[in-house]
Every structure is written in C-alpha cells, then in structure tokens.
Design a protein around this ligand. Structure first.
Ligand code: MEV
Length: 334
C-alpha cells in the first residue's frame, strides 16, 4: 500500500442524481427489464484528507456524524443509529482506497435534496458521489464503469442482492433501460415526461422489502414468476411508447405495473391513497416507485394537469413535488 502525498487539493465535492423507477422495480432483481429516469434532485459529498487514517462522516440532513477507525465506530451526533446510517459512506471510501491501493483518512460531509428511505435512490446517490469525491481527492482516475462497479459493491453491503439499477442511474444519469447482468441502454426520449412524486413519508427499508418479495416468490413460485414476466413485458412495451411519445399508453402501463407490485405485496395503504388521488385528479398513470412499503409514488400527467395532480396528492396526505429528468449522472462540482 502507498501513502497519499499531502499536497493534493484540500477538498473535493461531487454530486449524483436521484432516480425514479418508472417500470420494473423488484422484478429487475430477477432479471426482468426496467426503466429508470434520473431526476433533478441530487446528493452531494465533500471529501477532505485527514492527517490520520480515520474516516469521519457527517450527514447534514440526517443529523448524524461519527468517526470510523478500522471496524470501530465512535458516534458524535445521532447516538446508536448513527453507525448504520453512516457505514455505507465509510464503505464507499474504503472501496476507493482498496482500488487505489492507498492508505488515507478522510472527512466526508453529505448533504442532499433527496428524501431518505423513500425509494428515490438516496443511498446510491450518496455512495456514488462519495466514490467520485474520494477518488478525485486521492488523484485516482476512475472510469464511469469503475465508479458504477464500486457503487454496486457498496450497495451490496446494504442489501444483499441489488439489481444495480440504483448505482447505474446515479452514475450515468439520463433514462436507462436496465437489465441485470446485461449492458444497459440509454433511451432517447424526446418527449417531455411530466412527473409528480408523492411521498407518503412512511420510512421503510429496501432490503427488507426485497427479502419479502423473495419469500413470496419462493412460496408461490408458479404464480409469482408469471407476474414478474408480465412486469418485464410491460417495461418493454413502455419503452416503445416512451420513444413514440405516447404518454397515454405509458400511463396505462404504469397503472398495470402498480397492480403487479400490489400482487407481490409491496404496496401500502398510504401509497394506495396517493396513487388513487393522482388518478382521480386526471393523471395519465400512477404507481409506487422504488422499494414500496411506504416511500414514494410517481404520477405521469399532462403539463396542464400537473398542479391539479400535485394538490390532490397533498390533500390525500402526502408531500408532493414535480420533477424533470436530467441527463447528468455523477459529476465533480466546480
Ligand atoms: C430499489 O430502488 C429497486 C429495487 O428493485 C431493488 C433493486 O433493484 O436493487 C426494489
């Protein structure tokens, strides 16, 4: 291992986008295609070198901080829950140090516009921006493919069988047709895709939901496998509709996809309220997005109906915001 020269740039900030899965969450873990869009909300990681080999991590939004020295953790803010929340960031830094074959300590500060534990890819955006900030700080050249692989490994430590969809979109941005183990495709979507996100504010763990779906699939394999296959067909039909700008069909596909996600047990009554409120106020389609079990839903609506759908989601008990797609994946901030 080589030590890091101390003459490098003092602090580097990188950012990565949040995501909305339009089609195929959960089924993508079993090899079905999915469609995911990067959106205009980002997580930021700032990395600074330390004189020792400790890794200090602080999250402005989660109000937790503490220091890792090897496997030992000393909480500073946030008590017992701090370690679990900060461990993925420490893992991301360690992935970079191992790849670069370097020994160093770092202070990493996270701040984010992305709601946490809500299905919008906050943890992958944090891991990806941390990897890029730490890499630049150490003067290590990482290709986008390497960044994706390191972010994927970090995600694997959080939940054992990730499809890779979250780190992929945080790394590359844009609109991706994603399939586990295959090269993903950047989709050229010319049409404006006006979206409203509704957050139930019910926090949940993606890992637990992925495990629940696994259990359901093992218990009722002959029923759940065809459900997942149908989910895959929906994603492919939706890709064609998106390319043609046929938003009405995209909306229909979202509604059917939501039904399948209910069938595998990942909806929640708070999600149902927001999904139905969006549809009744004129959305072309609405579904849960990400892990489900709470977290967020997404509605597609014509531009002129966006405000009406947003208000309906709020009246049904959610918080709501309109989002735009962004082509920019992870980047170093000036
Ligand atoms: C989480 O954003 C998406 C899931 O499909 C899990 C994964 O693909 O790793 C639920």
């Amino acid at each position: 291992m080589t030590d890091v020269p101390s003459s490098r740039k003092e602090a580097v900030t990188a950012s990565a986008p949040a995501k909305v899965i339009l089609f195929g969450e959960h089924f993508v873990v079993y090899g079905e295609p999915a469609v995911v869009i990067a959106i205009d909300k980002r997580a930021y990681a700032t990395a600074k070198l330390r004189k020792d080999e400790k890794i200090h991590v602080g999250s402005v939004d989660m109000r937790v901080s503490g220091t890792f020295k090897g496997a030992k953790f000393q909480a500073e803010k946030g008590g017992a829950k701090a370690q679990a929340k900060l461990e993925p960031v420490k893992n991301a830094v360690q992935q970079v140090l191992t790849t670069a074959n370097k020994k160093a300590g770092m202070d990493v500060t996270i701040s984010s516009d992305i709601p946490v534990s809500a299905g919008l890819g906050s943890s992958a955006a944090v891991a990806t921006s941390t990897i890029v900030a730490a890499g630049h700080l150490l003067g290590v050249e990482l290709s986008r493919d390497q960044i994706f692989r390191l972010a994927y490994e970090t995600e694997r430590l959080v939940h054992g069988t990730p499809s890779g969809i979250d780190p992929a979109i945080a790394t590359y941005g844009g609109t991706l047709q994603f399939q586990k183990g295959k090269d993903f495709e950047t989709l050229k979507v010319e049409a404006n895709v006006p979206l409203v996100i509704g957050n139930t504010e019910v926090e949940r763990s993606t890992g637990e939901l992925v495990a629940a779906v696994r259990h359901m699939r093992e218990k009722h394999r002959y029923i759940i496998e065809p459900v997942m296959k149908t989910g895959g067909r929906i994603a492919l039909l939706a890709v064609e509709a998106l390319k043609k700008g046929d938003l009405e069909s995209v909306g229909d596909m979202m509604n059917i996809n939501h039904g399948l996600l209910c069938a595998v047990g990942v909806s929640h009554e708070a999600l149902e309220r927001l999904v139905y409120a969006a549809r009744e106020s004129g959305a072309l389609g609405a579904k849960l997005t990400g892990g489900g079990g709470g977290g967020c839903m997404v509605a597609l609506a014509e531009e002129k109906k966006l405000n009406r759908v947003t208000t309906a989601i709020v009246q049904a008990g959610g918080t709501a915001f309109q989002v735009r797609k962004t082509d920019e994946g992870v980047r170093v901030e000036p």
